[in-house]
Design a protein around this ligand. Structure first.
Ligand code: GDP
Length: 337
């Protein structure tokens, strides 16, 4: 196991790579890191700017003519589908918006019906569940490669650290050597400890060691990177199930968060992946990445409807600070302006 705290310690440990380095209970507590270098905080408005210029601009154009005739409603439906809301849902929204006869006009009707699709959400920003204060909260981050999983882990870790939590990262994607290296470079940048094993090691062993380390050091949160691809999907789901059993064994009664990273630019395909992961592992939240890179932010409505799992964060850029708490009312507001 590599027990690393930032670049300097990683260098010192260079010679010992591959040997176990288990923290002792009397080790100093894990330090809390400073917030990331670029402090300008991103907003939901940044995240939906492309969607506003994209499918929303078209929707405004259609609805502002005011003529709520058959042709208009058909165009509304098409535009919602083009914006990734999904065909079935777009039809429902249009049919309900029509029958509302909203005094504010058709646009107010569509806005209200889209808003209704998003659960009002938790009050306040997301925090990982921590049933036993003397034990760390555990966050499993799952999803396919390339969706922004590693970047999101870094963003969430940096956010929690800036709020005063001591965070440990666990590199449990041992299938891809580059995954551990990538996470290591984020750990160095953020000066956070990372628990890693050699490529090809048992991911559950990494998780077990990370939980041990977190308990020994009195850390608040363990964030686990998991494989985004294995030889088969069955293997992948089995591995996630094994990781969950490991958590249960090491921290009985723990209630791990399972965050699915969904790339907003993959539209309905990403949604199908989310459903497969949800069926296999039970997701507790969605991190919707690259919202800034899609002109089709309607995917948010489709996700909530299909999964009933809340979007907790939106990724709105590549910087570590480009993470916004997902607030449904704020999202609809930002979308419609
Ligand atoms: P992973 O393979 O799932 O771990 O994906 P990475 O974290 O390596 O991210 C893949 C690419 O997406 C990288 O170039 C990231 O900088 C980029 N990325 C991640 N999140 C966002 C986001 O919210 N917005 C944008 N525009 N790019 C992102």
């Amino acid at each position: 196991m590599f027990w690393r705290r930032g670049a300097r310690e990683a260098d010192l440990e260079g010679q010992a790579a591959g040997e176990a380095s288990v923290p002792r209970p009397d080790d100093p507590p894990v330090p809390t890191s400073a917030p990331p270098e670029d402090a300008r905080s991103a907003s939901m408005a940044d995240g939906v700017a492309a969607s506003r210029r994209g499918f929303m601009a078209r929707l405004h154009g259609i609805l502002r003519t005011g003529a709520a005739d058959e042709e208009t409603w058909e165009q509304v439906e098409e535009t919602l589908i083009a914006g990734d809301v999904g065909a079935r849902l777009a039809m429902d929204v249009v049919s309900r918006a029509r029958s509302r006869r909203d005094p504010g006009g058709p646009e107010a009707g569509v806005r209200a019906e889209l808003g209704r699709l998003l659960p009002s959400g938790a009050s306040g920003p997301w925090r990982p569940a921590r049933p036993h204060p003397e034990e760390p909260a555990v966050v499993l981050v799952v999803g396919v490669n390339g969706t922004g999983k590693t970047t999101s882990i870094a963003k969430i870790a940096a956010r929690l650290a800036s709020e005063g939590d001591s965070v440990i990262l666990a590199a449990a994607d041992t299938f891809r050597a580059a995954a551990t290296e990538q996470l290591q470079s984020w750990a160095d940048r953020l000066d956070l400890p990372l628990i890693a094993h050699k490529a090809g090691a048992d991911p559950s062993a990494v998780v077990f060691d990370a939980l041990d380390a977190a308990v020994a050091r009195g850390a608040d949160v363990v964030i686990v990177d998991t494989a985004g691809r294995l030889h088969t999907r069955h293997n992948l789901m089995e591995e996630l199930a094994k990781i969950r059993r490991t958590i249960d064994k090491r921290l009985p009664g723990a209630t791990p968060e399972v965050l699915f990273v969904l790339d907003a630019t993959t539209g309905q395909n990403g949604l199908a992946q989310a459903m497969a992961f949800h069926a296999a592992t039970g997701l507790t939240g969605i991190v919707l990445t690259k919202l800034d890179s899609t002109a089709k932010g309607g995917i948010v409505f489709a996700i909530e409807q299909a999964l009933g799992v809340p979007v907790v964060f939106a990724g709105v850029g590549e910087r570590v600070s480009d993470l916004v708490d997902f607030d449904p009312a704020g999202f609809v507001e930002a979308l419609f302006g």
